[in-house]
Design a protein around this ligand. Structure first.
Ligand SMILES: CC(C)(COP(=O)(O)OP(=O)(O)OC[C@H]1O[C@@H](n2cnc3c(N)ncnc32)[C@H](O)[C@@H]1OP(=O)(O)O)[C@@H](O)C(=O)NCCC(=O)NCCS
Length: 236
């Protein structure tokens, strides 16, 4: 069962009952002690500052990114197993630093439209991936779902667990009407995650993406609010 702590209880401009304000990134050691090089350490014990958004599942904490998470993201985004269906053939530190900074910048949006969260193990707070639910604007009624994990943690149901929590957040808290996801048609693991969530394939986009020097078919999966409600009732 997922639970969410919301940063500010003030009425939101988007009418969703919650306004999302940027929190000062706080890592273990306290404010003002951030390393000048966010790649220097692998595992930063992470303490949840008050009022920071966090989704808790049975085995995972989905929480806001800080600059200290760059190392963990680079670790898996450089792995050849991860890169198989990625838009890139290699990853540099500066690429990952920019990406993580984007995730942090999104925390400032008001009304907030993009929630890209670090996936951390509850047992030791190790960051093993990221997942996100992203609207085009903070007022949108639909959002894109995405997830990625360090290959060492594949096949244990973590992506499904994280994505299920994000779906609930999207439909319950953000009052979305539709959540969709797009992935490479050959990416069996990702498609299995979408199917396990109960999302249905809407279309196949033939030779839609140019990556790694070739064209790839993409598939779009989606779930609407009614489908999610029916499925949640069945699961419960
Ligand atoms: C897609 C991804 C997040 C799945 O993560 P995961 O934690 O292994 O997923 P889950 O364990 O929740 O479920 C995965 C399903 O795919 C299967 N699976 C896992 N790894 C697989 C692989 N390498 N090849 C084929 N199937 C695989 C699992 O057996 C499971 O299916 P099942 O229900 O029939 O047993 C992970 O493979 C990944 O990070 N890939 C690279 C990034 C990516 O492709 N992201 C998605 C972009 S749309």
């Amino acid at each position: 069962m997922s639970s969410a702590q919301h940063p500010r209880a003030a009425p939101a401009p988007n009418g969703r009952g919650v306004s999302w304000a940027r929190q000062t990134p706080q890592c273990y050691g306290g404010p003002g002690e951030q390393s000048p090089d966010c790649f220097t350490t692998n595992l930063i014990p992470w303490e949840c500052p008050p009022n920071v958004m966090i989704l808790a599942t049975e085995r995972l904490l989905l929480r806001e990114f800080t600059a200290h998470d760059c190392h963990a993201v680079l670790a898996y985004q450089s792995d050849p197993r991860y890169l198989r269906y990625a838009p890139w053939t290699y990853r540099l530190r500066e690429n990952v630093a920019r990406l993580v900074q984007d995730f942090i910048d999104w925390q400032d949006e008001l009304p907030r439209g993009k929630f890209q969260l670090a996936i951390a193990l509850r047992t030791n707070h190790q960051v093993i991936g990221t997942c996100g639910i992203r609207m085009a604007t903070g007022h949108a009624q639909q959002a894109e779902l995405g997830y990625e994990l360090h290959p060492d943690y594949w096949g244990q149901g973590y992506a499904t667990e994280a994505a299920r929590s994000l779906l609930a957040f999207g439909f319950q808290t953000l009052s979305l009407q539709r959540v969709w996801a797009q992935c490479v048609a050959e990416n069996t693991a990702s498609i299995r995650v979408l199917e396990r969530l109960g999302m249905g394939q809407e279309r196949r986009l033939r030779q839609h993406a140019w990556m790694q020097n070739r064209w790839w078919d993409m598939v779009v999966y989606a779930m609407n609010r009614t489908e999610w409600q029916e499925r949640t009732e069945i699961v419960e």
